[in-house]
Design a protein around this ligand. Structure first.
Ligand code: HEM
Length: 427
């Protein structure tokens, strides 16, 4: 009964620390309280990050063979690297994502988002549905990332397909056929990354110049593309969906009584795109009152920690600026704390500023649907229509509502993973 709770009401009671078996029978220690989650994140000696990218559904030989054909390897690089090389790799990546470089992208991103908003506004006024995931948020983070970090010359949709495939392959409950499909997708793009890592400039060149071997350069690019693109596009979608149901917050933004930055932080607290993150116990220890054996997989329930009544005044209410709002752990903490946090915040701030007015007077045609996944929410769409506007047929580039594709739903209800989630009550 572990992360079935993704689909349970958010205020359902949970112990501070619980042992729960996953869909393949592996036991995990789930940590729900803010103070305990922070304690684990802040202690990389007792709780190592080595298992951060381990596949939660063990890969069968057929999928491993496909990955091997593409010479796929993911050595400890960033999030899963508890070794002595981590600080040096992290510092090269952090330079590329320096807050000053991020801030310099803001005018460009504002212009791009404004342009999209004008198009979406016209479509809504004409009575059409728009998908704020596909038509707005899906590719924005990648477009910004490509201005900060030199990336392989690949079509945007190939990169987003690869990134989503990686999130599914490593963090979802899967059957063997699906694992092979995903292994092929991930392996193919890994090959592109390997070629780019050998010759590319920018971050890849800096990592090579600092003496890091090719596998490390590939690993850094791999993780950046997944972390820098999917996390943020998911967050933008979830935040917009949440704000569609928060008219008082929108009114406060309009009136200037609610700060954009506070809305972003409250969004990260209540709608984090990364629901859990893992560590592995390196030694026998205790966490709170619970004995933890060396080798235990520790699942840190970041979303739940953000709603801990011990840290937040009104844990379940979306109240920008409330006491404890900024103390969320959506970006982790300690030595591996997210280095893209300023970038994600900047992107979310631009979207809140420019897109939220569009939400006034819209009706949600389809809320985001999120598949079973231990860690990532992965919303698939967020379709709205302006209430009272004349109905019209869809024009080019705009989305008509549809039911969530049946093929995307996983068949069995796994123990570790929640059944399908409707955003807003699932994290
Ligand atoms: C809302 C968006 C995002 C969220 C919620 C998020 C969350 C996280 C979390 C939970 C971790 C693990 C932290 C830990 O182990 O303590 C992490 C690590 C990381 N994130 Fe993010 N992230 C986001 C956006 C980004 C972006 C935009 C980038 C880069 C372009 C990025 C790059 C990274 C990197 C490189 C790491 C590994 C850091 C290390 O191990 O030293 N993330 N992120």
């Amino acid at each position: 009964m572990l992360l079935r709770s993704w689909a349970e009401p958010v205020d359902a009671p949970w112990p501070d620390v619980a042992r729960v078996a996953d869909h393949v029978g592996v036991e995990h220690l789930v940590v729900t309280r803010h103070a305990l989650v922070r304690q684990v994140l802040a202690d990389p000696v007792t709780y190592r990050p080595d298992n951060a990218l381990d596949a939660v559904t063990p890969m069968p030989v057929a999928a491993l063979r496909i990955l091997a054909t593409h010479r796929f390897r993911l050595p400890p690089t960033l999030a899963n690297n508890g070794g002595p090389r981590h600080p040096a790799i992290r510092s090269v990546v952090a330079d590329a994502l320096h807050p000053a470089r991020v801030a310099a992208q803001r005018p460009w991103l504002t212009a791009l988002v404004s342009d999209r908003v004008a198009r979406l506004d016209a479509a809504l006024a004409a009575g059409r549905s728009v998908d704020l995931y596909a038509d707005l948020a899906a590719d924005l983070p990648l477009l910004v990332l490509a201005r900060l970090v030199e990336l392989p010359d690949a079509p945007v949709d190939a990169v987003t397909r690869f990134a989503r495939a990686a999130l599914e392959l490593f963090w979802a409950p899967l059957d063997a056929d699906r694992q092979q499909v995903l292994a092929a997708e991930v392996g193919r793009f890994h090959r592109v990354l390997r070629e780019f890592a050998a010759t590319g400039g920018g971050l890849a060149g800096d990592l090579r110049a600092a003496g890091h071997p090719p596998d490390v350069v590939v690993g850094a690019l791999f993780f950046l593309l997944v972390a820098g693109q999917e996390t943020t596009s998911q967050f933008l979608t979830l935040l917009l969906h949440r704000l569609a149901g928060e008219p008082a917050v929108r009114a406060g933004l309009r009136a200037g009584t609610v700060a954009v930055a506070d809305v972003v932080e409250e969004g990260l607290r209540l709608e984090p795109p990364i629901v859990t993150w893992r560590r592995v116990a390196a030694v026998d220890t205790t966490l709170g009152a619970t004995a933890v054996r060396a080798g235990t997989s520790v699942v840190l329930w970041l979303a739940r920690a953000g709603r801990d009544p011990a840290t937040v005044e009104a844990p379940y209410a979306f109240r920008p600026g409330q006491r404890g709002s900024r103390r969320h752990l959506a970006f982790g903490a300690g030595a591996h704390r997210c280095v893209g946090d300023q970038l994600a915040r900047m992107e979310a701030a631009v979207v809140v500023e420019r897109v939220v007015p569009l939400l006034d007077g819209v009706r949600v045609v389809r809320a985001p649907w999120c598949p079973d996944n231990l860690t990532f929410r992965m919303p698939d769409a967020f379709v709205v229509r302006r209430a009272g506007a004349p109905r019209a047929t869809a024009g080019p580039g705009l989305t008509e509502p549809s039911a969530a594709p049946a093929a995307k739903r996983s068949s069995g209800r796994a123990a570790l993973f929640g059944a399908e989630q409707r955003s807003g009550s699932s994290s």
